[in-house]
Design a protein around this ligand. Structure first.
Ligand code: PAF
Length: 280
């Protein structure tokens, strides 16, 4: 595996590979790799000639400085995991390399960034768009892979690519779960054992929402599930919404609506967790 920390080295190496006709599959990450990331990487490796991974904890997508400080970082461990999926190139730049000057671009994704994560984490998606756009400019991948756990991020990135005419295929990959149902996340290792034990309750409640959809309209179903989340002793709900899967706007009734997703975010033992489930 080639490991680069500068943009110029990365670009030079990848330009040579592309000149030889190699197809590039890219998985951008913030490190603290887990099985969810490795699943994306295995798919990228299978569908392309070269697997490129980036590790960069992007400060401008954190609206909470404490969250940024506590974000788990262990590049050596990550490198060992990358070897197991036969990664070809790791790009792991410093903050100075990525942002020699403060990033000022404002994208504006309209209603898509005004709901759910966008409403609770002001500036978050602009920070994601800035870094992903920059990474795409550096790597110029043929395909890029993102997990559906960050469902709204995936929608924002699809919009970014469409709007900016970036020639990359965006591939969304299903959520990878622990055997007890907890969606895999780099934040899970910060859950103290007593909270980790309770965490499967999030997915169980999402499954309950899916089961109940036969009997309840979207509005009352949403309220019922909110009540379940709020009744939990330790889970602090931020939002639970039932939305369409393109613009992520809340829906009130089913109207035979295909493409409906239920999304949740909240805090458990001081750790912010998100998850979602496809309802229709
Ligand atoms: O999903 C993540 O890990 C990050 O938001 C991403 C896409 C790597 C951008 O920093």
């Amino acid at each position: 595996m080639q490991i680069f920390s500068t943009i110029s080295e990365t670009k030079a190496f990848l330009e040579q590979q592309k000149a030889e006709g190699k197809q590039i599959g890219f998985v951008p990450t913030m490190g603290a790799l887990h099985e969810g990331h490795l699943t994306l990487m295995r798919q990228a490796k299978q569908e392309n000639d070269l697997l490129v991974v980036s590790i960069f904890v992007n400060p401008i997508q954190f609206n909470n400085q404490e969250d940024l400080k506590k974000y788990p970082r262990d590049q050596k461990k990550d490198e060992a995991l990358l070897e197991t999926v036969d990664c070809d190139v790791l790009f792991a730049p410093s903050v100075e390399e990525m942002y020699p000057e403060p990033a000022t671009r404002k994208y504006g994704f309209g209603p898509l960034e005004e709901v759910m994560e966008g409403a609770f984490r002001p500036g978050h998606f602009n920070g994601v768009a800035v870094v992903v756009h920059k990474l795409f400019d550096i790597v110029e991948p043929h395909r890029a892979y993102f997990g559906e756990k960050d469902f709204q991020q995936l929608a924002i990135i699809k919009k970014l690519v469409e709007r900016e005419h970036i020639p990359v295929e965006i591939i969304g990959c299903p959520i990878v779960r622990e055997p007890d149902g907890l969606a895999m996340s780099s934040r899970n290792i910060r859950l103290a054992p007593e909270y980790r034990k309770e965490a499967p309750f999030i997915y169980q409640t999402l499954q309950e929402a899916k089961r109940r959809r036969e009997h309840l309209c979207a509005g009352p179903l949403r309220q019922m599930i909110i009540n379940l989340f709020e009744a939990h002793e330790h889970f602090k709900l931020e939002y639970f919404d039932i939305v369409d899967d393109k613009e992520l706007q809340p829906i009130q009734n089913w109207n035979n609506k295909k493409g409906t997703v239920a999304c949740v975010a909240g805090w458990l033992g001081g750790v912010r967790l998100i998850d979602n489930i496809r309802i229709i």
